[in-house]
Structures are given as structure tokens and as C-alpha cells.
Design a binder for this molecule. Structure first.
Ligand code: C5P
Length: 227
């Protein structure tokens, strides 16, 4: 069984809106629902667990009902960090879960081919993440002055969904929480504990909606039907 976990309990403050960004309207459909639909449509996904902010529990439940999202197994209260939100979801996942796919609720354009690639690599290697190469020049800048160039050959942007075998994710999260360690994603968590994470090709379309400009870009992409 493959279960997608959507941590969606962030406040999304960088966007400067009153509503958290995952609930903002994106051409008639809330951003969170657009992301959920990508997993709902992917035949490789058996179930979905959403971690949401306690204040938006009812709002999330209503969205799931009104958009008739049948794969959603549970909606849990998220934690104070992304890692804690993921942990809440992992704890209540069905025992038959073999693979977890953790996906940011604010990456609605994840292609199905990418979901498939991550699952296949996770089954073979235990853990897998999609990544795209850094394409700009990278410089170290201080006080408006370029201090040094950073070679970019081996630098990648890590995306989601991040695939991990269920027992491995549980063990690493238990250990991290017990030791008070905090990681921004599963690839960093696993790497810290010495587990290999296999990198597959990501997608430039699979960007994380963080700033206002991303929202404008997302609307244009929907207009172009490049979904
Ligand atoms: O803030 P950032 O964009 O890095 O968040 C990535 C994802 O983690 C978002 O989907 C956000 O809602 C989620 N998150 C969470 N619980 C938190 C903080 C972030 O589920 N406490």
C-alpha cells in the first residue's frame, strides 16, 4: 500500500494573505485541492493523509467532502513544524502501508510520471527524492559584494514527493523527535541517520508556491493547461 502524506499545517505567512496559502483560490479550486487531485488521479496511490492546522480542521474536512476526494483516509492535526506534522500523519497511517510519499501541499503541478518514478526508486532503494539541477550561477555575497563563486555541478534543488519505506520513516522520525532534532524534509532526515536517498529527475513545473509571484505563475500555467 502506498500512502501519500500531505503536510498542510503551515501558516504560509510569506505570501502575506490572511488565509494560509494552501487554502487560497487558484482559478476556482483551492490550492490544496489541486495538489490533492494530482494524487487522487495517480493510480499508484492507495490513500492520502492530510495534516492540517487545528484552526482549519473543519475547513479541510469540508473541502474534501465538496470535491469528493475519495482517497483521503484521514485528516490529522498538524504540529508546530513540517516534521511534526508529518509525524502526526505517520503515527495514524494504516499498518499495511509499505511506502510513504510525503508531498508539500503547495506543489500542485506534480506530474504523474514523477510520482511513479519516486515510488519505483523507493521500492528499489528504500528512499527516493526528485531533484532539479541549480541553473543559475551561485555566488557567496556579503554586504552587496560578491565574495566567491560556488561551483554548482553537484548542487540540486530537492523537491517532493519524497518516498520512503514506511518502517524506515517511522524509525528515523522516532529517533529525531526523541533527540530533539528538526529537519526541513525527509531527505535531510534520512541522510543524517546515514540512509541512502536515491535521486530521480524532478520537474521545473513542480515548484513550491511560496511568494505572490508563484501564485501569478500558477494561474498562468492553469490557463495554458500545462498541468
Ligand atoms: O513553509 P514551507 O513552504 O516550507 O512548508 C512546506 C509544507 O509543509 C507546506 O505544505 C506546509 O503547509 C507544511 N507545514 C506543515 N506544518 C507546519 C509547517 C509547514 O504541515 N508546522
Amino acid at each position: 500500500m502506498v500512502v501519500a502524506i500531505l503536510p498542510a499545517a503551515g501558516k504560509g505567512e510569506r505570501l502575506g494573505e490572511s488565509l494560509p496559502k494552501q487554502f487560497l483560490d487558484l482559478k476556482g479550486i483551492p490550492l490544496l485541492v489541486r495538489t490533492l487531485l494530482a494524487f487522487e488521479k495517480a493510480p499508484q496511490i492507495d490513500g492520502i493523509i492530510i495534516a492540517t492546522h487545528p484552526l482549519y480542521l473543519e475547513h479541510t474536512e469540508n473541502l474534501i467532502k465538496s470535491f469528493n476526494l475519495r482517497k483521503v483516509l484521514k485528516i490529522v492535526e498538524g504540529g508546530t513544524t513540517r516534521q511534526r506534522s508529518v509525524y502526526q500523519a505517520v503515527k495514524i497511517a494504516p499498518l499495511e502501508t509499505e511506502v510513504f510519499l510525503v508531498h508539500d501541499a503547495v506543489r500542485p503541478f506534480v506530474p504523474e510520471s514523477l510520482i511513479k518514478r519516486v515510488i519505483e526508486a523507493t521500492r528499489s532503494y528504500g528512499a527516493s527524492v526528485p531533484a532539479i539541477p541549480v541553473r543559475d550561477t551561485l555566488n557567496l555575497v556579503k554586504d552587496h559584494l560578491v565574495k566567491a563563486n560556488v561551483p554548482r555541478e553537484n548542487l540540486f534543488h530537492i523537491q517532493t514527493p519524497q518516498g520512503i519505506k514506511a518502517n524506515l520513516l517511522k524509525t528515523c522520525l522516532d529517533e529525531a523527535i526523541a533527540r530533539g532534532l528538526e529537519f526541513t524534509d525527509e531527505s535531510s532526515l534520512l541522510t543524517y541517520f546515514g540512509h541512502p536517498v536515491y535521486v530521480v529527475e524532478g520537474s521545473w513545473l513542480n515548484f513550491k508556491i511560496t511568494f505572490k509571484e508563484d501564485l501569478i505563475l500558477a494561474e498562468k500555467l492553469i490557463d495554458c493547461k500545462i498541468e
